[in-house]
Design a protein around this ligand. Structure first.
Ligand code: ZN
Ligand code: ZN
Length: 206
């Protein structure tokens, strides 16, 4: 699996494109903004996108969704607890960043422990509520796309609607820190990290 990382939008959200180098089939995680740039990268690599995975429904992770969905015709996945974020601007918080933006509903809802087959790869869904009710982390081999659940030496904020400090700490400790220590963590903002480093250095997890 090859992974491209694009920093998009005012909050520097990490959008990831993961693909199989032989088949050129791939998936997009969190098309947070700048949909035209994401589509450009997809086309430059000659990729067929089979699925668009959303780690949660905040506007900084979905503002490029309409363009990427239109260009790829890929199915959109989100956890049901964040599904309303696509269809209600007040739920995705875009109304606080400018004109509210709404989208067509998702095609598929993630459930805990789901294994989604896409682009010839298997993606395991780890439900990790705390940043939002429907936050998920998505594991493929030794890589986890973490959204805003865990960052390098930090964690997602829990003061927004649906947030819970107790839940995010529980989620990280039971779903992420229990993974193999070498597992790569690719957060929704900031640099990549790994399980071992966060176990030892993340001040919120000591
Ligand atoms: Zn968020
Ligand atoms: Zn974010």
């Amino acid at each position: 699996m090859k992974i491209l990382q694009l920093q998009v939008g005012a909050l520097g959200t990490n959008c990831y494109i993961a693909f199989n180098e032989e088949t050129k089939h791939g998936i997009v995680v969190d098309p947070g903004a700048d949909g035209d740039q994401i589509v450009k990268a997809i086309n430059e690599y000659g990729l067929t996108i089979d699925a668009i995975f959303l780690t949660h429904g905040h506007s900084d992770h979905i503002m490029g969704l309409a363009e990427v969905r239109e260009a790829t015709k890929a199915k959109v996945y989100i956890h049901e607890a964040d599904a309303e974020c696509l269809t209600k601007a007040s739920a995705n918080l875009s109304i606080y960043m400018g004109p509210g933006t709404e989208f067509d509903a998702a095609d598929v809802f993630f459930k805990d422990g789901d294994v989604v087959d896409a682009a010839g790869m298997e993606f395991e869904i780890l439900t990790t509520p705390g940043h939002t009710k429907g936050s998920v982390c998505i594991k493929c081999g030794d890589v986890v796309f973490c959204g805003d659940t865990v960052f390098a030496e930090s964690i997602g904020r829990t003061d927004l609607p649906g947030g819970s400090y107790k839940e995010i700490i529980d989620s990280i400790k039971t779903k992420i820190l229990t993974l193999d220590e070498k597992t790569h963590l690719l957060p929704g903002h900031g640099p990549a990290t790994n399980v071992d480093w966060e176990k030892r250095r993340n001040p919120f997890l000591q």
